[in-house]
Design a protein around this ligand. Structure first.
Ligand code: GLV
Length: 280
C-alpha cells in the first residue's frame, strides 16, 4: 500500500482508516462487490480517494440464488439430500420431509433496490404476492404492498433481505422481529451477515418458532457461528450470490474500468463517495 496508486479489493478485505493512512499515493479503491461496508468511506473521502463498487452486473445472479434458497428452504432440499446420501432413506413416505408451498404466499422484501426488485419479479412468476418495507412508496413496475418492517415480519411467509449493512440495518433481524414471524415462515439472507442476530436466529430455528432459514452471508465470514451450524432447518451457502462466470467477469471488468478511469484523471462510473474531491 505504501506505493500503490490503485487498489482492487474483495469484500473480505477490510479497508480501514489505518490502511488508508499507509497509502499516500492511493487514488482509487475499486471494491469488487456491490456492497461496500468493508470500506471506511469517510476515511477514503477525507483522503481524496475514489471508492467504486460493482452494481447491476450481479443483480440477476443474486436474485436467482435468492430464489434457489427460498425453494431449498421451503422444500427442505439439504435435509433431503442428506437423507438420500445417508443410505437410510426408507423410501417414499406420505409424511416425509413435508415443506411449504410458495404459490399464493407473500414474499416480504427488506431493501427494494435492484436485487430486491429482481427477486420480486421472479417470485411473482412463482405466484407469490409481494410486500416490501420502505419509508416511502416506491414506483414499482409490479404490484407490491408497502409495510412497516415490523408488519412485514408478521405478515410475510418468506422474508428476504436485500439491504446494505449500515448501522441502521445491523441486527435488523433480532429476537423481537423473529418472534413476530409465522411458524410457517422462512427467512432468507443474501445481503450481509451482520443484518441478522445469529444467536436469535439459531434459537428461533432450534425452538421451531419459524419454519426454516437460508443464509448465503455470515457475520464474520468465513467463520460461522457454531449455534447456526447446530440449528435445524437451516440452508447454508458460502456467499455465492454473484457466483456466475458472467457476473464475476463483469465485476472484475468494472473494477478495471474504475482504476483506468481514475488513473486517467476521469471520474469513474459507480463512484460511491460522490462528494469526494479526488487527489491529483
Ligand atoms: C456481494 O456480496 C457483493 O456485495 O457484491
Amino acid at each position: 500500500m505504501a506505493e500503490a496508486d490503485a487498489l482492487v479489493c474483495l469484500l473480505l478485505d477490510r479497508i480501514d482508516e489505518a490502511l488508508i493512512a499507509r497509502a499516500p499515493n492511493l487514488r482509487v479503491i475499486a471494491n469488487c462487490a456491490v456492497g461496500y461496508d468493508n470500506v471506511d468511506l469517510a476515511a477514503a473521502t477525507r483522503a481524496g480517494i475514489a471508492v467504486t463498487n460493482t452494481p447491476d452486473v450481479l443483480t440477476d445472479a443474486t436474485a436467482e440464488l435468492t430464489i434457489a434458497l427460498i425453494l431449498a428452504a421451503a422444500r427442505r432440499l439439504p435435509e433431503g439430500e442428506a437423507l438420500v446420501r445417508s443410505g437410510s432413506w426408507p423410501g417414499w413416505r406420505l409424511d416425509q420431509l413435508i415443506g411449504q408451498p410458495i404459490r399464493g404466499r407473500t414474499l416480504g422484501i427488506v431493501g427494494m433496490g435492484r436485487i430486491g426488485r429482481g427477486v420480486a419479479e421472479r417470485a411473482i412468476g412463482l405466484g407469490m404476492a409481494i410486500a416490501y418495507a420502505s419509508q416511502r412508496d416506491l414506483a414499482l413496475p409490479f404490484p407490491a404492498r408497502r409495510l412497516g418492517v415490523d408488519e412485514l415480519f408478521a405478515e410475510a411467509d418468506v422474508v428476504s433481505l436485500h439491504c446494505p449493512l449500515t448501522p441502521e440495518t445491523r441486527h435488523l433481524v433480532n429476537e423481537a422481529r423473529l418472534a413476530r414471524m409465522k411458524p410457517t415462515a422462512i427467512l432468507v439472507n443474501t445481503a450481509r451477515g451482520g443484518c441478522v442476530d445469529d444467536g436469535a436466529l439459531a434459537a428461533a430455528l432450534g425452538e421451531g418458532r419459524i419454519f426454516a432459514a437460508a443464509l448465503d452471508v455470515f457475520t464474520a465470514e468465513p467463520a460461522i457461528d457454531p449455534r447456526l451450524l447446530a440449528a435445524p432447518r437451516l440452508v447454508l451457502a458460502p456467499h455465492l450470490g454473484s457466483a456466475t462466470t458472467e457476473a464475476r467477469t463483469q465485476m472484475a471488468q468494472l473494477c478495471a474500468d474504475a482504476v483506468i478511469a481514475v488513473l486517467s484523471g476521469r471520474r469513474p462510473a459507480n463512484l460511491v463517495n460522490k462528494d469526494v474531491t479526488l487527489r491529483g
